[in-house]
Design a protein around this ligand. Structure first.
Ligand SMILES: *Cc1c(COP(=O)(O)O)cnc(C)c1O
Length: 389
């Protein structure tokens, strides 16, 4: 068995060869510092401006509303800590959801130590956060509302425009972690009406270690890194020009592939149908308001980790949740948030397909997965008891 199926694109993606090509000259010939005043620097500055403008255009922002960072985690930290601290004199309450990425969850934990109070709104069992639930959580002293656009484990996509409206009715800034959305589905900051939005290159075939934060003009937010005047003096540090160029190129390629999203969706749906045919299995989260490539399923009477290892041995790469928590045996906070019992959360698996996957990949997963599930269940006394009932 030599087939390799990479179905963990929500964790990271390979860098597109065209992206590498676009980046290479910025390591060698065009290596200048965009802040230098001589010609090599000017060339670098022009390339930086160009990349910023192209990225801004794709997400409907102005170029000076795009701030480059080192990753999605940094963007999330900046958006949340920056607005919370800038507005702390007005109040110290934040509304978020209970199934955010750890980059948000752990930032909240840090702010709690600074005296902020956090309300975690639970998504419904379908994995969607309702604008009404957000409205109920808002208080007089709320200074920030933040809800992710697409969930990294179950792929569900939230009604961000409506949630932003709720926050704005109360004159509260709204931030969305759109790291799973940008490069995968259309994202337009003006249409969504958000004040801040984060994204990260390595989730759409740019390198790891480059991200950005959209900050709407006029948003009150603290400086994130004090330093030279880079990023309009809000995020110091010499710009990572090759990676910024790479992210611009990758985003253009990703957006061009949206026309092929139906094919990814069809593969995902076929995978979902196949999984539903496995006894005692369930799909986690809404199948309609969801990223095209994501499927998350629970298999009763098996451990997700054991499934993962046997799939790995068969050349199939999936995930039990977020890569960041895969080293711990705690059940996923996302799956518990949507109401799954602990034991079912433990038996859950995420497949995240991309445009690089093929129908043969889906065939292969559907050939291998039921056998592995069955094999593991043979070792489960609970399964044995359930079958004999
Ligand atoms: C991957 C991810 C992040 C973190 O991005 P990094 O660039 O890896 O730091 C944040 N939020 C979500 C939803 C993600 O999927």
């Amino acid at each position: 068995m030599n087939r390799k199926v990479y179905a963990d694109n929500a964790a990271t993606t390979p860098v597109d060869k065209r992206v590498v090509e676009a980046m290479l000259p910025y390591f060698t010939e065009n290596w200048g510092n965009p802040s230098s005043l001589y010609s090599v620097g000017n060339k670098a500055k022009a390339a930086l401006d160009d990349a910023r403008a192209r990225i801004a255009a794709i997400i409907g922002a102005e170029p000076n509303e795009i701030f480059f960072t080192s990753c999605g985690t940094e963007s999330d930290n900046w958006a949340i800590k920056g607005t919370a601290r800038a507005n702390a004199a007005k109040g110290k309450h934040i509304v978020t959801s209970s199934y955010e990425h750890h980059a948000v969850m752990h930032t909240m934990r840090a702010l709690k130590k600074e005296g902020f109070e956090i309300t975690y709104v639970r998504p419904g069992n379908d994995g969607i956060v309702s604008p009404e639930a957000v409205r109920e959580a808002i208080r007089e002293d709320t200074v920030l509302v933040t809800v992710m656009m697409a969930n990294n484990e179950i792929g569900t996509v939230n009604p961000i425009k409506e949630i932003a409206e709720v926050a704005h009715e109360m004159k509260i800034p709204f931030f969305t972690d759109a790291v799973q959305a940008v490069g995968h589905i259309p994202v337009d900051v003006k249409e969504l009406g958000v004040d801040m939005l984060s994204f990260s290159g390595h989730k759409f075939n740019a390198p790891k270690g480059i991200g950005a934060l959209y900050i709407k003009k006029g948003t009150r937010i603290n400086v994130f890194l004090d330093g030279g005047g880079q990023e309009r003096s809000r995020r110091g540090g010499t710009e990572n020009l090759p990676y910024i160029i790479g992210m611009a190129k990758a985003l253009e390629i990703a957006v061009d592939k949206f026309k092929d999203n139906q094919r990814v969706l069809a593969m995902r749906n076929r995978l979902a149908e196949g999984i539903k045919n496995i006894p005692y299995s369930h799909i986690n989260g809404s199948l309609t308001q969801r990223l095209p490539g994501n499927i998350n399923a629970a298999f009763e009477f098996v451990e997700g980790e054991s499934l993962l290892l046997l799939l790995d041995a068969a050349g199939i790469y999936a995930s039990t949740g977020s890569a960041c928590s895969s080293t711990s045996l705690e059940p996923s906070h996302v799956l518990l948030s949507i109401g799954l019992p602990v034991e079912i959360a433990h038996g859950s698996l995420r497949f995240s397909l991309s445009h690089d996957n093929t129908e043969e990949d889906v065939d292969y997963i559907l050939e291998v997965l039921p056998k592995i599930v069955e094999r593991l269940r043979m070792m489960s006394p609970l399964y044995d008891a359930a079958e004999r009932k």
